[in-house]
Design a binder for this molecule. Structure first.
Ligand SMILES: Cc1ncc(COP(=O)(O)O)c(C=O)c1O
Length: 359
């Protein structure tokens, strides 16, 4: 039953909603930048932007905040709005957090294969799960649920690049450059990230251009994703067979509206086994578990660092630690789960362990 509310009530509700989000932001500290020395590559240093330290455990905390503010300020969300999102999990966890803060119903449309701990995290923040067998149907199902509930589809894939302030406002790029400012090589030679919506790479690429930095942007993409194919050939718009990567959060079967190839300097395609091997090696080096997409980023970093060393170049390379590994205990950290999928990660782990060796 919808409640008749006056314009003044709605306006007051919205102001309070925005105040709560800004207050939450004001109480939050920025995420850390972890330095990783590489004795094997003198003069080259790797840095990890640790997005797992956000209150909801991933880089998607920033995006969820931006998407809620964007929808509130567009007048798309009110006190009775059911909020819907299509997500591989991380975004839905963060959006459920903000929906709960505003007292709103939240439905996450997720692939049925999503890791159980992620579903638990969505439910922990009061979110409802609507699982779909075919990940390619998440968009249509989200639109249908929005129509049925009279709610609003936040739609990260369309609005990620629009909702995030790429010129500053402490976006992830501004935070990285500020935290690099006292390092030997404060302007990174490369920043490496992945693409799910494409919002993070769009924000970083635009910020680099706007600030006129010499830094180049590299996007690491699972082999079974369309993004690196579209980067090479703009006619490649979707994968007929769907996206066969098991790395959650990155790689897509279709080119998403928030993916902006023109801000990207290079893309590197990475096998899932390599991503998981690198993820395991980095977890051992840091003494705590990281997520799969961080492994994908690291493989691309290793390629760029080897090329820099080959060219006698010194400098810094920054990448994202997108989320913690706690959510992947029953997948990427379960050897039987990996074996059952024929994912031969150990040779890649050994190779990355040598690269990351601290002595
Ligand atoms: C764990 C993880 N890493 C990386 C990304 C990619 O971020 P973006 O959607 O900004 O391209 C995502 C996106 O969902 C993610 O969940």
């Amino acid at each position: 039953m919808t409640v008749e509310r006056s314009k003044a009530d709605l306006c007051a509700w919205r102001m309070e909603a925005i105040r709560r989000i800004e207050a939450d932001y004001n109480r939050s500290a920025d995420t850390h930048l972890i330095r990783v020395d590489l004795p094997r590559y003198p003069g080259i240093t790797l840095y990890l932007k640790d997005e797992s330290s956000h209150p909801t455990g991933s880089l998607k905390h920033r995006l969820a905040r931006s998407l809620f503010l964007y929808a509130l300020c567009n007048g798309w969300i009110g006190p009775d709005t059911c909020v819907i999102e299509s997500s591989s999990g991380s975004t839905a966890v963060s959006e459920a957090y903000f929906a709960k803060m505003l007292g709103l119903r939240f439905i996450a449309v997720v692939p049925a294969s999503t890791a159980a701990p992620k579903l638990d995290a969505i439910r922990f923040h009061g979110g409802e799960i609507h699982a779909v067998d075919d990940p390619r149907t998440v968009y249509d199902v989200s639109h249908r649920l929005a129509a049925e509930t009279g709610g609003h589809y936040l739609d990260q894939f369309t609005y990620a690049e629009r909702a995030t302030d790429w010129r500053g406002n402490n976006n992830i790029a501004e935070s990285i450059f500020a935290q690099m400012s006292a390092e030997e090589y404060p302007v990174p030679a490369w920043i490496v990230c992945g693409a799910g919506t494409g919002g993070t790479s769009a924000t970083i690429g635009r910020y680099i251009a706007y600030q006129r930095h010499g830094t180049r942007l590299c996007v690491a993409d699972p082999v079974h994703s369309v993004f690196h194919r579209h980067f090479a050939d703009r006619q490649a718009l979707s994968l007929p067979e769907g996206c066969g990567s098991c790395i959650e959060g990155i790689g897509r079967p279709r080119v998403e509206p928030s993916f902006i190839p023109s801000v990207i300097d290079r893309m590197i395609a990475v096998e899932d086994a390599a991503s998981i091997g690198a993820m395991r090696a980095l977890s051992a080096r840091l003494g705590r578990r990281v997520g799969g997409s961080t492994g994908t980023n690291l493989i691309a970093c290793a390629t760029l660092i080897a090329e820099m060393a080959e060219a006698g170049q010194r400098g810094s390379v920054v990448t994202l630690l997108c989320d913690g590994g706690e959510r992947y205990g029953c997948t990427y950290y379960d050897d039987a789960w990996l074996e059952a999928r024929g994912i031969d990660w150990r040779p890649h782990a050994a190779q990355m362990t040598a690269i990351l060796a601290s002595a």
